[in-house]
Design a protein around this ligand. Structure first.
Ligand code: NAP
Length: 256
């Protein structure tokens, strides 16, 4: 039997075929899961529709700007109506105003700080709260994070602070939801060339730096994130919760 046969998953954060969320969605699908996708606004609807269309008619497609509670409520109401349950949730969204990812961190405005945390960290709490009542047989919640949460990565700035908040939120959620057999983990990915990544000043240098310095001397592949996402969603990870798993070709262990 496939690893995720019979599981229902919600994927938040597909913008296009390069999105990490798309790599994980494909892996979940290949492992037998049935999926629902969200898209942020009409601009991305067509992209997501085209990609998710390949998964067949049982795939659900729903609008969701994660800063809007009513849209989050609508997503879970639609999943309850169509599937009656949920097993997996992928949180793969992040945003900070471009200025905040270019200059000095000390110049981060109150508004940029608020927006970055609202979209990139609080949204995990809001989505987990909506998902939990549907995860009646237990569940697995995954969030995408980055090493800039624990070490200074030039230009990552307020996004690093928001990722620290995301990782801490995952730990508190893991504690709250553990008695319901709902696990909450983060995947800390090495750099992947996506739209969000290209918004970070100096991303090209970061990419080359990982290739030169990581123990495996290369960058992570999107399909490797898909494989890790499938493992964390599966019963093989049944005793793993509240963790940050580094999928970065070993870069995180380096001191110099
Ligand atoms: P991506 O393809 O651009 O995906 C980011 C997604 O977040 C997009 O679908 C984006 O939609 C969505 N989003 C932003 N604001 C939103 C909102 N208010 N409501 C709903 N969705 C919103 O980039 P990605 O690299 O795959 O990023 C996915 C996750 O992986 C992020 O959490 C990112 O920080 C993390 N990550 C990425 C890397 C990397 O190197 N790429 C490394 C480690 C971790 P719009 O396009 O409409 O804004």
């Amino acid at each position: 039997m496939s690893l995720l046969e019979g599981k229902i998953g919600l994927v938040v954060g597909v913008a296009n075929k390069r999105s990490i969320a798309w790599a994980i969605a494909q892996a979940w699908r290949n492992a037998g899961a049935t999926l629902a996708f969200t898209y942020q606004g009409e601009r991305l609807k067509e992209n997501v529709e085209e990609l998710a269309g390949a998964f067949g008619p049982d795939t659900l497609l729903l609008p969701c700007d994660v800063t809007r509670d009513e849209e989050i409520a609508g997503v879970f109401a639609a999943i309850a109506a169509k599937f009656g349950k949920l097993d997996l949730l992928l949180h793969s969204v992040a945003f900070a105003p471009r200025d905040a990812l270019e200059g000095s961190f000390v110049n981060t405005t109150r508004d940029a700080f608020r927006v970055a945390h609202d979209v990139s960290a609080y949204s995990l709490v809001a989505l987990a709260r909506g998902a939990a009542p549907l995860m009646t047989g237990g569940g697995s919640i995954l969030a995408m994070t980055y090493y800039g949460s624990e070490k200074v990565v030039p230009h990552y700035n307020v996004m690093g602070v928001a990722k620290a908040s995301l990782e801490a939120s995952a730990r508190y959620l893991a504690y709250d939801l553990g008695p319901k057999k709902i696990r909450v983990n983060c995947i800390s990915a090495g750099p992947v060339n996506t739209v969000a990544a290209r918004g970070i000043a100096g991303f090209g240098d970061m990419f080359k730096h990982y290739e030169a310095r990581s123990p495996l001397r290369r960058n992570v592949l999107a399909e490797e994130l898909g494989a890790t996402g499938t493992f964390l969603a599966s019963d093989g990870a049944a005793a793993i919760t509240g963790q940050v798993l580094y999928v970065d070709c070993g870069y995180q262990i380096m001191g110099m």
